[in-house]
Design a protein around this ligand. Structure first.
Ligand code: NAD
Length: 430
C-alpha cells in the first residue's frame, strides 16, 4: 500500500514516521521549502521527544521520503492523509484554505481508487466539501473521503499515536473503512466507526470537554484562594470519583496551544451557524481569555503595582512542557502584558525560545539558562512545568534573587518553601 501524507507538521510528520516504522512506504508532501530542506537533511523542523531518532531510522530504511511534488506521488497513492493546518479566522471559523488547496491538487491527479483521509481538525461538513472539490475533476467516483481526526498531544506524540484511546473512522464506504483498519492494525486499539459528520464533531466535542475541565478547575482554584481552601486537594478528591477522573484537573494559567483555543472557538462558530447556542462552551472560552488579565492583576498585587526598576523573571514560555510550540501559549500572553510595564522582563525556556522570539517584543531579554533569569529578579514566575524547573536549587535561587518571591502558576512547589525565606504564591492556595 502506498501512503502519502500532506503536511509535515506536528501531526503529519508523526503520522508519516510512525506509518513508515510499521513497514508502509510513505511519502510526505511539504510545501514549506525551509522545512523540506531540513527534513531532507535528516533534521526535524520542531521539537518532539523521541521523534528525531525514529525519523532518522526510517529515512535510512528508504520507506520514508519527503517532497513538494504532487504530480509524482498523488496518482500512485492508495491512501492520502491530509494533515495541513486549519487555523482560526478572527470570527472563530476554521480557515480551510489549506484543506481546499490540497483537495484541488489531489482532485487534478488521482488515478484509480484512492482513499482521501482528513486528519486535520475540520468543521462538520468538510468531508462533503472535499468530495465536492474532487467531484469537479473526477466525474467517475474513484475515491472515498474519510474523516479520521487525530488526538495526539505534543510532547507525547509518539506514545499517543501508537497507543491512542480510540481510532475514529468516519466514512460511508466499507472499502475505505477496511483500508484504514489495515493501516492501523499494528496499533490494536478500539475503533469507533461512524459517518463523516459524527467523526468531525467528535474531535471538537472531545477537545472542548477537556478545555472545560481545565477551565472548571481554574475557577474552583480562584474560589479556593478566597476561602482558605487548597485546590490540589479538591482536584485530587474529585478526580478520585470514577465519574470525573483525575486528568485535566491541574489548575494553571489557562489552556493554550494550537488546538484547544481554536477548536473551542470553532465549535462555538459551528453552533451559531447551526442555530445552537453552546452556552457552556462560550463561557469556557470567555473564562479562559479573562484568565491572563486576572493573573496580571495577581502580579500587580504582588508587586504592589510598582514595576519601575524591578526585574521579573519568567521560567517557561511554551504552552506545555516537552514541546517548542508557543502558539496561543498563556505564557506568551502574560509576557506580552508584562512587557508593557516598566519592569525588565527576562525569560528562559528549554525549547521554546526561538519560536517565542518571533512573537515577543525586543525589549524582553532571552536568557541562556534559569540562573540568568533568576539573578536579580524581584519576582520569579513559573509558567511552564518543565522537569528541570521542578528541582531548582532553592537556596541558590534565594541567593541570586533580589527579592525571594515566587509566583508558581503550575503549582510545582508548595508553601514548604516559605520555610527557606521565600514569599510563595501559587494557584488556588492561600
Ligand atoms: P502544523 O502547522 O504544524 O503543520 C501543517 C503543515 O502543513 C505545515 O508544515 C505546512 O507547511 C503544511 N502545508 C500547508 N499547506 C500545504 C500544502 N498545500 N501542501 C503541503 N503541505 C502543506 O499543524 P499541526 O499542528 O500538525 O496540525 C495539523 C492539523 O491537525 C490541524 O488541523 C490541527 O488542528 C490538527 N491537530 C493538531 C494537533 C497538535 O497537537 N498539533 C493534534 C491533533 C490535531
Amino acid at each position: 500500500m502506498k501512503i502519502t501524507i500532506i503536511g509535515a507538521g506536528y501531526v503529519g510528520l508523526v503520522q508519516a514516521v510512525c506509518l513508515a516504522d510499521f513497514g508502509f512506504n510513505v511519502t510526505c508532501i511539504e510545501k514549506d521549502p525551509e522545512k523540506l530542506r531540513e527534513l531532507k537533511f535528516g533534521r526535524i523542523p520542531f521539537y518532539e521527544p523521541g521523534l528525531e531518532d525514529l525519523f532518522r531510522k526510517n529515512l535510512k530504511s528508504d520507506r520514508l521520503k519527503f517532497t513538494d511534488n504532487y504530480l509524482e506521488n498523488i496518482p500512485y497513492s492508495d491512501v492520502i492523509f491530509i494533515c495541513v493546518g486549519t487555523p482560526p479566522k478572527k470570527n472563530g471559523e476554521s480557515n480551510l484554505n489549506f484543506v481546499d488547496q490540497v483537495s484541488k491538487e489531489i482532485s487534478k491527479r488521482i488515478k484509480g481508487y484512492t482513499v482521501i483521509v482528513s486528519k486535520s481538525t475540520v468543521p462538520v461538513g468538510t468531508s462533503k466539501r472535499i468530495e465536492n472539490i474532487l467531484r469537479k475533476k473526477n466525474s467517475q467516483k474513484t475515491y472515498d473521503v474519510v474523516s479520521n481526526p487525530e488526538f495526539l498531544r505534543e510532547g507525547s506524540a509518539l506514545e499517543d499515536f501508537t497507543r491512542p484511546d480510540k481510532i475514529i473512522i468516519g466514512c460511508r464506504s466499507e472499502k475505505a473503512e477496511k483500508m484504514l483498519k489495515r493501516i492501523y492494525k499494528p496499533l490494536n486499539r478500539p475503533y469507533v466507526v461512524t459517518n463523516n459528520e459524527t467523526a468531525e464533531i467528535i474531535k471538537y466535542a472531545n477537545n472542548s470537554f477537556l478545555a472545560t475541565k481545565i477551565t472548571f478547575i481554574n475557577e474552583i482554584a480562584d474560589l479556593c484562594e478566597n476561602i482558605d481552601a487548597e485546590v490540589e486537594t479538591v482536584a485530587k478528591a474529585i478526580g478520585l470519583d470514577g465519574r470525573i477522573g483525575p486528568k485535566f484537573l491541574h489548575p494553571g494559567p489557562g489552556y493554550g496551544g494550537s488546538c484547544f483555543p481554536k477548536d473551542v472557538k470553532s465549535l462555538i462558530y459551528q453552533g451559531n451557524k447551526n442555530l445552537t447556542d453552546l452556552k457552556i462552551i462560550k463561557a469556557v472560552d470567555k473564562a479562559n481569555e479573562l484568565r491572563i488579565q486576572s493573573l496580571f492583576k495577581k502580579i500587580k498585587k504582588i508587586t504592589k503595582n510598582k514595576f519601575s526598576n524591578i526585574q521579573i523573571g519568567l521560567l517557561g514560555i511554551t504552552f506545555k512542557p516537552n514541546t517548542d510550540d508557543v502558539r496561543e501559549s498563556p505564557a506568551v500572553k502574560l509576557a506580552k502584558s508584562l512587557s508593557k510595564t516598566k519592569a525588565k522582563i527576562k525569560i528562559f525556556d528549554p525549547k521554546g525560545m526561538e519560536n517565542a522570539k518571533k512573537e515577543l517584543p525586543k525589549s524582553i531579554k532571552f536568557c541562556e539558562n534559569e540562573n540568568e533569569v533568576i539573578k536579580n529578579s524581584s519576582l520569579l514566575v513559573i509558567l511552564t512545568e518543565w522537569n528541570q524547573f521542578k528541582n531548582l536549587d532553592l537556596l541558590n535561587v534565594k541567593k541570586l534573587m533580589k527579592k525571594p518571591i515566587i509566583l508558581d502558576l503550575r503549582n510545582i512547589y508548595s508553601k514548604e518553601i516559605t520555610k527557606l525565606g521565600f514569599k510563595y504564591y501559587s494557584i488556588g492556595n492561600n
